[in-house]
Ligand binder design. Structure first.
Ligand SMILES: [Zn+2]
Length: 504
């Protein structure tokens, strides 16, 4: 590359450490110019660093689960955050102990402490999880998380030291910028851009991940308050945003240089092959199909000349599997509507595939501007079908109530008012079949589980809404959980005896 200082452009391509470069480095005894990649490598002790462990406390935020389309991701207090990273070959273990933070007056279930143990090594990612229903004190077992590999590797390369190591190994471009430099490179097809400040510390790292709702999603980590932690310079604060809102804010208490980090891929994880997508179909009534088989479910309704679908969860892969099953179950009719209960990403990540199918999205009017903005974002990392077809999304907005009428049946869509779970929250009622479809307000447990000792406030609120609207419900098709249930069970879950008609 031509270097022309005369026009003030000063870009260098950092070379792999070849023999020539090593000789140059060895012969340079003086300090590197401040704010450069070389100075940052020296300041952060890259040459002798093989592994790093750091820990602290602060906050974690649940990405994609904002209680309103206008609010940030909900906060959790983190009583322990610990990361152990080995840089070559890259592997990491992250442990987080967290508890949801209540933000009165929003009413939520009483928070419980969650302990999350996440691992990555090369192309394998897994969690250690105590199996649900296991006796107290049971040891955690590895649970493969193949979809998390990219994100966890990204977390390694966005640490200050990881960023500098990856910059060196991947021919980074470096450009002077406000007393320091901007350094950029690509690893595994993913772009990283970092800012080295005038003190030669890595101050900020940006990268982009694909998320089904937001498309190319900026992940920005800001490092501040650098200190000497027993021989290693490390930021005292790590602050990360993803999709425009905070996801992590940790104050670092302790850093260990070159700890032994031995993260082996468990045999169960090595042997794991993801099962093929499964869509189970259960007819709840004539023409009403409950489609399960993944985390969140879908209901397909056979109308006279079209199909109406309730919920497009997860992502495009799930939508393609469900749409194929819908077409097999209800042949030769177009999907005209997809009703979205709320914007939480596990419930809305598959909507765009239905839009590409030609469906109109029916959602709460508060969600419309959110989807308009989110869906206009670039999708270069993983272009979905809608990104390719560029069909303009069509919306039908709901405030309190909307009825989709048809010769076969009416589909009533109601707002779930005053729910702590979400401020733009819909449920669907089929008066002819007396079926209620709802997500996250009531999720039944296993068939033999007793009703909760303390009623879930979201379910209490759902029951109040059902009574307020005088809906005569027979079956409840929850969009999470193992089975369809009854109104009697919903009432019993909120402490009302079966058959009782009065609210608590
Ligand atoms: Zn939700």
């Amino acid at each position: 590359m031509r270097i022309d200082a005369g026009v003030g452009v000063h870009m260098r391509r950092v070379m792999f450490l070849g023999i020539g470069v090593s000789l140059v480095l060895a012969s340079v005894a003086c300090r590197k110019p401040v704010g450069t990649l070389e100075a940052a490598e020296e300041a952060l002790g890259i040459a002798s660093m093989r592994s790093l462990e750091y820990s602290g406390t602060g906050q974690w935020f649940q990405f994609g689960q904002a209680p309103s389309p206008n609010l940030p991701w909900p906060p959790f207090d983190v009583s322990r955050f610990s990361a152990a990273i080995s840089y070559d070959p890259p592997s990491a273990r992250v442990e987080i102990v967290r508890r949801q933070k209540l933000e009165p007056p929003r009413v939520r279930p009483t928070p419980v402490e969650q302990r999350v143990m996440q691992f990555v090594n090369g192309s394998a990612a897994w969690n250690l999880v105590v199996p649900a229903g296991a006796p107290a004190g049971s040891p955690p077992v590895p649970q493969p998380q193949p979809a998390s590999v990219d994100e966890r590797m990204m977390e390694i390369w966005t640490t200050p030291q990881g960023f500098l190591k990856a910059a060196r190994a991947n021919g980074a471009l470096s450009e002077p910028a406000s007393g320091g430099s901007t350094v950029s490179f690509v690893v595994a097809g993913k772009k990283y851009v970092g800012t080295i400040g005038p003190q030669s510390y890595v101050e900020k790292v940006q990268t982009w991940v694909d998320t089904p709702v937001l498309g190319d999603t900026l992940v920005e980590t800001v490092y501040s308050d650098y200190k000497d932690f027993a021989g290693v310079m490390f930021p005292g604060r790590i602050f990360r945003t993803q999709g425009g809102h905070p996801v992590l804010d940790i104050t670092i208490a302790e850093v260990t240089l070159n700890p032994a980090v031995d993260i082996r891929v468990p045999d169960q994880v090595k042997a794991f092959a993801p099962p093929p997508a499964q869509v189970n179909v259960q007819a709840l009534a004539s023409g009403v199909y409950y489609m399960t088989g993944a985390n969140a479910h879908t209901v397909a309704i056979d109308q006279s000349d079209h199909i109406a679908v309730i919920e497009g969860p997860a992502n495009e892969a799930r939508s393609l599997a469900v749409i194929a099953k819908i077409k097999e179950t209800i042949p030769n009719k177009p999907i005209r509507y997809v009703i979205n209960t709320h914007v939480h990403f596990d419930h809305s990540g598959g909507l765009r595939t239905y839009v590409d199918e030609g469906a109109t999205v029916v959602t709460h009017q508060m969600n419309r501007p959110y989807f308009d903005q989110a869906w206009a974002a670039p999708r270069t990392l993983n272009p979905d079908r809608l990104a390719q077809s560029k069909k303009p999304p069509k919306f039908e907005e709901v405030t309190e109530r909307l009825v989709l009428t048809d010769k076969n049946r009416n589909i009533e869509i109601h707002s779930i008012a005053n729910s702590g779970h979400n401020d733009a929250f819909l449920m669907v009622y089929l008066p002819k079949e007396k079926i209620l479809v709802e997500g996250d307000a009531f999720t039944p447990g296993t068939i033999d589980a007793p009703p909760p000792a303390v009623p879930n406030p979201y379910t209490v609120n759902l029951n109040e809404n059902i009574e307020r609207l005088k809906l005569d419900v027979r079956l409840v098709a929850a969009l999470h959980g193992p089975r369809v249930t009854t109104m009697a069970e919903l009432r019993s879950a909120v402490g009302v005896q079966s058959g009782a008609t009065k609210a608590r």
